[in-house]
Ligand binder design. Structure first.
Ligand code: FAD
Ligand code: AMP
Length: 479
């Protein structure tokens, strides 16, 4: 017998579960299919983000930062700690507990909202018909007026570095190491590579990142990426740019890596190697030949601005479609699609998707970088504020970094906000809200910020756009 739904969501990661919950809230009969099996062999909702992505990485980043602080900086603020040591298995166990709480929480939320929980694999056929194979082997046919594809992404593997159990690992393996490697190699100095590198470097590993590109963090504003490179170097992370990894092998319990740099062949030996060279959209075994859904040239499910695939009643959201591979971008797409199915008219503002790198200091930005504006010939003004001039940053012993606001030269509308500082991941929301409401730098300057806070740095940077910052010398007008 065929079961009929109003909406079937394929994928229970952040994009999919948001779409499913909102659909059910809006009175649509909804089912959410997800095939994830976690490390304990149990089905689990939450996708990459909750199981092996955002959440576990932040649990380890938080724990490792506390350890690092205690070891390196407590003495500076008058706290003496004797016999400090790290218990990696306990840290990993606590991370798993956080993950289990949250993945079980998502299942409960789906249930509480009346979403049918369908744990197993989906294949999409013509006519919005879904072949569902449950984890216990039962196969059934489900139909829906609307199908939302949210199957996410998986790590890219590169031929020179096939994964080798517990020696050459991807990002998921890197979140599950049971001891601190003495020498850790990471291929790729992107967001994931830098976050994972930070975790193990803080715990004592010598970390070397091999990055093929000549430029460090090219998508960040250059002032921010330069400051980040300086901070990471100070922390002992060795980022080798222009280094293309060409081969790897395991010899006597070590990972031997070959790479080319400035036309020279180089070699390195590591205790572990993390491959963090990016992620690709995941559509394997999802689309039957007659599904009517098309992929673009890079393998993403093709969609328009409203996440319509072009096949009637079929939408796609999250990492499996164009745009930044970020959980919050997928969540907003999920809500938009569910609400549009219910007849509402929301849209996602892709101009204000915040990017965050959870290193220390944290890095965050929204909108255009100065180099993008320069390249497009727009006239702009810049205001920036060094955290060394912030009273709260001094009180917190966290004076590294800066905040930079870029505004249109004639309208003063804020075009981009870039920061590297403590709590940047939280602070960036203030800039996103401002830009969502098309704030001018003057509006931000006229807003009252609590004192003493790190946020005052944003206030000062906005004031600096018109040469009115109080605690710094103001940058000259820039055309
Ligand atoms: P996913 O989370 O990948 O979920 C897709 C789900 O669909 C999975 O459960 C999968 O099993 C299921 N599925 C796939 N095919 C089928 C099928 N045929 N049938 C049934 N189910 C299927 N993003 C941030 O915004 N902030 C961060 O701090 C951050 N940190 C990260 C750290 C790491 C180490 C990694 C790897 C990623 C991180 N990301 C972060 C990225 C974030 O995890 C992704 O952007 C997000 O998970 C994408 O959500 P999604 O719902 O599109 O897909
Ligand atoms: P991201 O896309 O942010 O996850 O970053 C992945 C990084 O890995 C990119 O900056 C790539 O340039 C880098 N990369 C990809 N392949 C290689 C390789 N073979 N050697 C070194 N770096 C690589």
């Amino acid at each position: 017998m065929t079961t009929k739904y109003d909406v079937i969501v394929i994928g229970g990661g952040p994009a999919g579960y948001h779409a499913a919950i909102r659909s059910a809230q809006l009175g649509l009969r909804t089912g959410c299919i997800d095939k994830w099996i976690n490390a304990s062999g149990q089905p689990a909702f939450g996708g990459t983000c909750l199981n092996v992505g955002c959440i576990p990485s932040k649990a380890l980043l938080s724990a490792s930062q506390k350890f690092f602080e205690a070891k390196k900086h407590f003495a500076e603020i008058g706290i003496k700690v004797a016999d400090l040591s790290i218990d990696v298995p306990a840290m990993i166990k606590r991370k798993e507990k956080v993950v289990d709480n949250l993945t079980e929480g998502v299942a409960s939320l789906l249930k509480a909202n009346g979403v049918a929980i369908l744990q197993g694999k989906a294949v999409l056929h013509a006519g919005r018909s879904v072949e569902f194979s449950s984890h216990d082997g039962e196969v059934s046919i489900l139909e829906a007026d609307h199908i939302i594809i949210a199957t996410g992404s998986v790590p890219v593997n590169i031929p020179p570095c096939p994964l080798v159990d517990n020696m050459i690992v991807d990002s998921a393996g890197a979140l599950d190491l049971r001891e601190v490697p003495n020498r850790l190699g990471i291929i790729g100095a992107g967001i994931i590579g830098l976050e994972l590198g930070s975790v193990w470097s803080r715990l004592g590993s010598e970390v070397i990142l091999l990055e093929a590109l000549e430029e460090f963090l090219p998508t960040a504003d250059t002032n921010i990426s330069r400051e980040a490179a300086r901070q990471f170097k100070k922390q002992g992370m060795d980022v080798r740019l222009g280094s293309l990894v060409t081969a790897s092998s395991i010899k006597e319990g070590k990972v031997e890596v070959e790479y080319s740099c400035a036309e020279r062949k180089e070699k390195e030996s590591f205790d572990k190697l993390i491959v963090a060279v990016g992620r690709r959209p995941y559509t394997e075994e999802l689309l039957a030949a007659d599904s009517g859904v098309n992929l673009d040239e890079r393998g993403f499910v093709y969609v328009d601005d409203y996440c319509n695939t072009g096949a009637p009643g079929i939408y796609a959201i999250g990492d499996v479609v164009r745009g930044p591979m970020l959980a919050h971008k997928g969540m907003e797409e999920g809500l938009m699609v569910a609400e549009r199915i219910a007849g509402e008219k929301p849209q996602v503002n892709y101009e204000t998707v915040p990017s965050v790198i959870y290193t220390h200091p944290e890095i965050a930005w929204v909108g255009k970088t100065e180099q993008e504006l320069k390249a497009s010939g727009e006239d702009y003004r810049v205001g920036s504020f060094p955290m060394a001039a912030s009273g709260r940053a001094m009180a917190n012993n966290e004076t590294n970094g800066l905040i930079k606001v870029i505004a249109d030269d004639s309208t003063d509308r804020v075009l981009g906000v870039h920061m590297i500082c403590d709590h940047a991941s939280e602070l960036i929301a203030e800039a996103v809200i401002g830009m969502e409401f098309e704030t001018s730098a003057e509006d931000l300057g006229l807003t009252m910020f609590a004192h003493p806070t790190i946020s005052e740095g944003l206030h000062e940077a906005a004031l600096a756009v018109s040469g009115r910052a109080i605690h710094v010398a103001n940058r000259k007008r820039k055309k």
